[in-house]
Design a protein around this ligand. Sequence first.
Ligand code: ADP
Length: 465
Amino acid sequence: MRPLPPRPESGAPPGSAPVPLRAAWRRTLAGTLVLLAVALLLGLAIGQPAWTLAAAALALLAWHGGRLHRVLADIDAHRVGPPQRGGKGVWNALAGLLRRDRAEMRARKRRLIDLLRAYRAAADALPDAVVVVDRNTQRILWFNRASTALLGLSRPRDRGAPVVERLQPLPLARWLAAGRNAEPMHDARSPVDERVRLDLRLVPYSEDYWLLVARDVSKLLHLEQMRQDFVANVSHELRTPLTVVHGYLDMLDPEDMPEWQPMLEEMRRQSQRMTRLVEDLLTLSRLEARDSLPEETVAMAPMLAALRREAEAYSQGRHEIEVQDLAGCDLAGSGQELHSAFSNLVTNAVRYTPTGGRITIRFAREPGGGAVLSVQDTGQGIPEAHLPRLTERFYRVSGSRSRESGGTGLGLSIVKHVLGLHQARLEVDSTVGQGSTFSCHFGPERVRARHDGEADPPAVRQASH
Ligand code: ADP
């Protein structure tokens, strides 16, 4: 940014300091009095003092009128006349003040223009595309240099052009309509080059203007793709040797060699854990690689019955398990993936709830027309500090307990991904020592009428111990 010139003390040009006002008034009054006194003396001398006084007053009036006319004409023409030689009266003082104000205004304008230029130069030098959009007309007001490379905008052609039309095929119309609530678009293809991937953000920085910021994230996304491929390939490669190890372990009968029994059992447990880990990693990779899932109507009554069966089998009678089907509707989505997500929540509830606890699986409608499936337990609960990171891969509140109970540390990650593909969200509510509730919230667009014709939400339909 260019440094701004130092601000002068006063904008008035040197040598044109305004005449001090009080002295100017004194001089003007003195001049007037002298003129009138001379006129009076002259009048007395010729015996017509009233006439000479009237003539002098008229002359004064005409002179002041002339000066007023000149000053007004100068202001009107945005010009201030040079100071009159020897003139030190009020008119010169007025002209001096006008000159000073004008010079100050010019200096201020220059400073503002310099500041504006400096900001523009900074915005122009940004590596991200920045486009200023008029919020009401949705037309482009200004854009920086990077907008040419990333968005294909060019000057002067696109100044004042409608932004949605100009940035086609980017899907901006609905996005702009959301205004302040517009979620960033993390992966949009550049209108200039399909291979360039953009992260688009809308910043409504004032009532009238929006800032559209586009960042080139091609490299980042490429790295992310490499990471996903790496994890998927490693998991895939591990599958075969694990199957072989598993097979040989199964062939070994501990009864043939009792002294090896504890070791064999441990080896089996660990190889099963590794298999689960590989399967979960593969599931995650599969989910990450997709933008959407095949859609079907997922019948929720059989889904809830299956979840109950699984919970009971996993719990082995150690917990009280209740299923409440209050929604009376089904969901649209992938039955297989939704089952895997719900099942993860149910097995977690069983694993992290001590014997004698209660687990409630509840499917209900929500006020906005959506539906929620929640799994509530009376288990150990989760300290609040851990809640924001719970869905990260391999994040565990208590590592040893998770591993002992057969956890891979990937369950909630899978849940989050499955819900994301259904535009649903996971909410976790937990109190240490009292229990946790994991709720999957589905929007109204995911709700389907139930096929068996049950329109009204039935009361608690299944409860078992
Ligand atoms: P894990 O396989 O370790 O259970 P998850 O991703 O399913 O992995 O869960 C992450 C962590 O969240 C767990 O390690 C556990 O600490 C915590 N957690 C998940 N569900 C519950 C629950 N119902 N009650 C208490 N803690 C839970």
